[in-house]
Design a binder for this molecule. Structure first.
Ligand code: NAP
Length: 462
């Protein structure tokens, strides 16, 4: 009998979600001694997931990791296909995919976000940071959104790196944003914004800040914005000293915050306030949000188990625009087990588990939908390698030969789904880079599927 993973019968794997974790999974598969062929599906007509649509447009150095992913695709072009613009669950079901592939890896990230549950969360002017990020990054499904940038005061709830990204993008000048690949629409809206005060609100203290040092330090260098940290917030109780000393991240953050709190700054057009010990309790307004109210708290209890206790003081700020930035949350895909509380696919080292905690043979997961929305881009590499190791250990158990041997693209074609290949993406990529040159930007993104198909149609006939 022909063995799976040999040239006569390559291991056929579908990756659902062609973002960083999907590309790291493909990379790990191609580095194995087996003969493998990989189809990486994405609902967008472009690859790289959050690298393109989530990483801040002014963090171009971070975006340069796309060259690594492109190399994975190009080096293995005989056995790798990017199949973009396919919505798994709608254009093709998971059960259908199972007939075409020996194994499926779900790496479609976290497409939702957590809610604060605050009274007033549904008021106009309250948005998720995820939506704002997707909008300014040119994600086609978020271009219809309107953010009222005529507001003077903006509140951001949460102090992770997403909150920092949103604050920095709001605080930057037009000239600073021009060095980024932010969309023209967002650039124009932000350049004409009336925003003056940006509050980044934390329900705990500086030692518990979820952001990282480099990101907070960037505020010291902005041309149009000052940064404000209350020095008295940086006086630590014993438990906080213990927590700081046990964490490299907290130690570095504290040093950065102390430096920033001492900056001598002239008044500028905008100001960013990093607010600690403010536990949001409501968003006020009639139809539109107008203010945010919080309980002032202090932390009490043993190190690593401190609780926020109300001091009895209230804190209130005017806020005509509010972003909740308290974490992303994964969504369920029909045909795949899901833990709706945690927003992840239940798994053991990447092997997807059924409701009795038994592995579902041939079903794997990696990235944020596997472990939750945490870590930097590089965290996805060991995460995907672990998943691929599990898959490779299962190869002898996987059912083969496949039920269907025809090309999945024929099925998608027959359903009228216009797929986008990696060669197509290279055309779009070159077009976008060229399109950015006139304004001095690294690229000007295509922001709709129609625009992408029109570029492909015109460039291909040349
Ligand atoms: P995050 O790092 O988990 O931060 C979430 C923040 O929300 C925390 O400050 C948390 O405070 C707060 N929060 C949670 N629930 C809250 C509530 N009900 N009320 C008020 N505050 C609440 O999430 P993220 O910012 O979305 O980032 C996700 C991941 O992407 C992180 O690993 C991040 O480092 C990464 N990322 C990295 C970069 C970069 O490298 N430049 C950029 C963007 C994102 P508590 O600690 O008190 O819960």
């Amino acid at each position: 009998m022909t063995e799976l993973g040999t040239e006569a019968m390559p291991l056929r794997v579908a990756i659902i979600g062609a973002g960083p974790s999907g590309f790291y999974a493909a990379d790990a598969l191609f580095k194995s001694p087996l003969s493998v062929s990989v189809d990486a599906f994405d609902m967008l007509p472009t690859p790289y997931g959050l690298l393109r649509g989530g990483v801040a447009p002014d963090h171009q150095k971070m975006k340069s990791v796309s060259a690594y992913y492109a190399r994975v695709a190009e080096k293995n072009s005989d056995n790798f296909r990017f199949i973009g613009n396919v919505c798994v669950g709608m254009d093709v079901t998971v059960d259908e995919l199972k007939q075409y592939y020996h194994a499926l890896i779900f790496s479609y990230g976290a497409e939702g976000d957590k809610k604060t549950g605050l009274p007033g969360e549904a008021l106009d002017g309250v948005h998720s940071a995820r939506e704002f990020v997707a909008w300014y990054n040119g994600h086609p499904d978020f271009q219809h959104l309107n953010f009222d940038l005529s507001q003077k005061n903006v509140a951001i709830i949460g102090q992770g790196n997403v909150a920092i990204d949103v604050a920095r993008i709001l605080a930057k000048s037009k000239e600073e944003l021009l060095a980024s690949d932010i969309t023209d629409t967002a650039l124009n809206a932000l350049s004409n914004s009336a925003v003056e005060n940006i509050y980044i609100i934390g329900r705990r203290g500086p030692v518990q800040s979820a952001f990282t040092e480099l990101e907070i330090r960037e505020f010291a260098e902005l041309s149009e914005s000052t940064i404000h940290i209350n020095p008295s917030d940086l006086t630590l109780n014993e438990a906080n000293i213990e927590e700081r000393d046990a964490s490299n991240k907290a130690t570095k953050n504290m040093r950065a915050l102390e430096d920033l709190a001492q900056l001598q700054q002239d008044k500028k057009k905008k100001a960013v306030f990093v607010e600690y010990f403010k536990y949001p309790k409501s968003l006020k307004g009639v139809e539109r949000v107008t203010s945010l109210e919080a309980d002032v708290v202090r932390l009490e209890g043993e190190a690593f188990n401190q609780k926020a206790v109300k001091t009895g003081d209230n804190w209130s700020i005017p806020a005509g625009l509010v972003f909740r930035s308290i974490g992303y949350k994964g969504k369920e895909l029909p045909g795949v087990p899901f833990d709706s509380e945690k927003g992840v696919i239940p798994n053991d080292k990447g092997r997807i588990l059924d409701s009795s905690n038994q592995p579902l043979l041939g079903m794997y997961t990696s990235g944020w939908i596997k472990r939750g929305p945490s870590g930097v881009l590089g965290t996805n590499k060991p995460c995907s390698t672990e998943t691929v190791d599990s898959l490779l250990n299962d190869v002898s158990l996987l059912p083969s030969p496949l039920l269907v041997t025809s090309d999945i693209c024929d099925l998608l074609d027959s359903r009228g789904v216009r797929t986008v290949s990696f060669d197509d993406w290279k055309i779009i990529d070159a077009f976008e880079i060229n399109n950015g040159k006139a304004s001095g930007k690294p690229r000007e993104k295509c922001v709709s599927r129609e625009e992408i198909f029109s570029v492909l149609d015109t460039q291909k006939v040349r």
